[in-house]
Design a protein around this ligand. Structure first.
Ligand SMILES: [Zn+2]
Length: 298
């Protein structure tokens, strides 16, 4: 079975095969048998995508998290975000840092405080305003490829939980390669799946908002194709990372679920019990949280 649409060959390897997995939000997810890239059967046109992000929805009726909730979620993620700045510093310790999909601006703030000169891209107008207020830095409201940066513009470009939202990762990696200075780096965090993917591996896939996920070895194929070397790659089993104190305190779209999380957070031993139950329930999950540093080859 091949994906529908005009040009639905695999974004990573160019193959034409697509093995269907499951449907969520009326959107089909499948996997390339060659490079293991997971992708949906209906990649939106860039203009439609822009309109959706500006208006704060996707896949017809699904709402993205409002800017204020996004911002409070980021504060709880402070330690994780500081980890990205520390990781970047080990490879490139100063210069211009571009955060693609900067959300409420926490990573930009931490990078700026770490001595980098920061700039952002954020398609959601609400989040963009938050970041501009928080950082005083330039934040563009168009996709990376449309900004028109000169060659060799940045020392660090970060894409934290952005890969899944891209219209064409190949096109984005090519643009990153062009705008990075020699010895510059891409810092990227996104979902990565070992073989045997099933719908139950994630509580929510948010298909329609999320269009792509990395499979086993996919990042190496992308790197080779677009002229990068994978300088750093670590991943953590997602259920282990997810069911944490931070997760209990992050507010999502559902008020009922938020209330349950607050109750568990305030109950002595609640988190330990939750982890016992959920890690057992998710024991077969192929989902991992991957962190990568890519640097242009040669
Ligand atoms: Zn492929």
């Amino acid at each position: 079975m091949a994906p529908e649409g005009d040009d639905m060959s695999c974004d990573c390897c160019g193959g034409g095969a697509w093995n269907p997995l499951f449907v969520e939000n009326g959107v089909h997810l499948g996997q390339c048998p060659d490079c293991a890239l997971l992708f949906v059967d209906d990649i939106p046109a860039p203009t439609a995508r822009m309109t959706e992000m500006e208006e704060g929805h996707y896949a017809g009726t699904q709402q993205i998290n409002p800017a204020d909730r996004q911002s409070s979620s980021e504060l709880i993620m402070r330690e994780r975000f500081q980890g990205f700045v520390d990781l970047a510093r080990r490879h490139r310790d100063a210069g211009r840092w571009l955060d693609v999909g900067c959300g409420g601006g926490l990573l930009m703030t931490l990078a700026r405080d770490g001595g980098y000169t920061v700039e952002g891209i954020e398609l959601s107008a609400d989040r963009r305003r938050l970041t501009e207020t928080a950082t005083g830095a330039t934040v563009h409201g168009v996709p990376l490829e449309d900004v028109g940066y000169p060659d060799d513009s940045f020392d660090v470009v970060s894409l934290i939980n952005v890969f899944s939202h891209l219209i064409s990762p190949t096109r984005t990696f090519a643009e990153l390669h062009r705008i990075l200075r020699p010895g510059g780096i891409v810092v990227m965090a996104t979902g990565e799946f070992t073989p045997g993917v099933q719908q139950g591996d994630m509580l929510h896939w948010n298909l329609g908002d999320h269009l792509f996920f990395l499979g086993e070895g996919t990042i190496d194929r992308y790197a080779e194709k677009t002229g990068f070397t994978v300088a750093h790659h670590h991943r953590r089993w997602l259920p282990d990372e997810m069911f944490s104190r931070e997760w209990l305190r992050v507010k999502g779209r559902s008020g009922a679920k938020n209330a349950v999380k607050t109750t568990i957070d305030r109950t002595p031993g609640g988190l330990a019990l939750l982890r016992t139950v959920m890690l057992r329930r998710q024991a077969d999950s192929s989902a991992h949280s991957g962190v990568f540093v890519l640097t242009p080859t040669g």
